[in-house]
Design a binder for this molecule. Structure first.
Ligand SMILES: [Zn+2]
Length: 253
């Protein structure tokens, strides 16, 4: 098990990558690690995630009370605490505003078309949570129904949150989401996007067990009903696309 010092280094290293990749600007974004059953290490508010030092990080308990650190905790701490509460398997969370994926979120579009096999295997799909004012219960309410089923969520008119068994996996999912968003955008610009069919998706579901294994938290629903149940009426893919996603069997935790 890594030491707290190593976790601090990891947050700073991956914060630097978020900034370097252009996934955050100014003081945007936040990262956190669950150290143990009662402590979360998280980035501070009002600071570039590419310019942090170890001493800038803040430690809080699961209720968000500050345990140590000279700076104020991220204004999005409630979102992190909600994810840790709902997902005991999660040890790391990344929130950022990668431009292409955020543009989908700002256009009322989820990333639910099975255009690329790796994304189907790795994340299933990336649903869109309805808009909620950052740092308020409104945002937590929008995310809550999606968190148990998905490892990456678009936040309408805001950005993306990803999480995983550790911070590295959470970060890689953020890269995957933005990369896929770019592919989806170009595929649609080309005007000839051809989503995988049911039979091909079913084979990927089988492969998923092999590659992702039991350790993967990502479910395999690609289930648009989920988004609709959550009051997300802004997803505007065609009925045909939605249908092809819905038929993928859900994997229940
Ligand atoms: Zn944000």
């Amino acid at each position: 098990m890594a030491s707290q010092r190593q976790y601090r280094r990891e947050i700073i290293r991956l914060g630097g990558r978020l900034h370097g990749c252009g996934f955050v600007a100014g003081t945007d974004g936040n990262l956190s690690v669950r150290l143990d059953r009662r402590r979360i290490l998280v980035t501070p508010t009002s600071m570039s995630k590419g310019m942090m030092r170890s001493s800038d990080l803040v430690m809080v308990d699961l209720e968000g009370h500050k345990l140590s650190g000279k700076r104020n905790v991220s204004s999005e701490i409630a979102m992190h605490l909600l994810i840790y509460r709902l997902r005991p398997d999660i040890r790391g969370i990344v929130h950022a505003h990668p431009p292409t994926a955020t543009a989908f979120a700002a256009s009322g579009l989820s990333l639910n078309q099975p255009l690329v096999c790796e994304l189907v295997v790795g994340l299933g799909c990336v649903p869109l949570a309805r808009y909620g004012t950052p740092g308020t219960p409104e945002l937590s309410d929008a995310l809550e129904p999606l968190i148990p089923q998905y490892d990456a969520i678009l936040m309408a008119n805001h950005g993306v949150v990803t999480y995983g068994e550790d911070l590295q996996h959470a970060y890689m999912k953020m890269e995957t989401v933005e990369h896929f968003a770019r592919i989806a955008l170009v595929a649609h610009l080309l005007g000839h996007a051809q989503p995988l069919n049911d039979e091909e998706i079913a084979k990927l579901v089988v492969l998923r067990q092999k590659y992702a294994g039991a350790k993967s938290a990502a479910p395999m629903p690609v289930d648009l009903n989920n988004g609709k149940q959550n009051g997300n009426n802004r997803v505007s893919e065609t009925a045909e696309d939605s249908d092809s996603c819905q038929r993928v069997p859900a994997r229940h935790r």
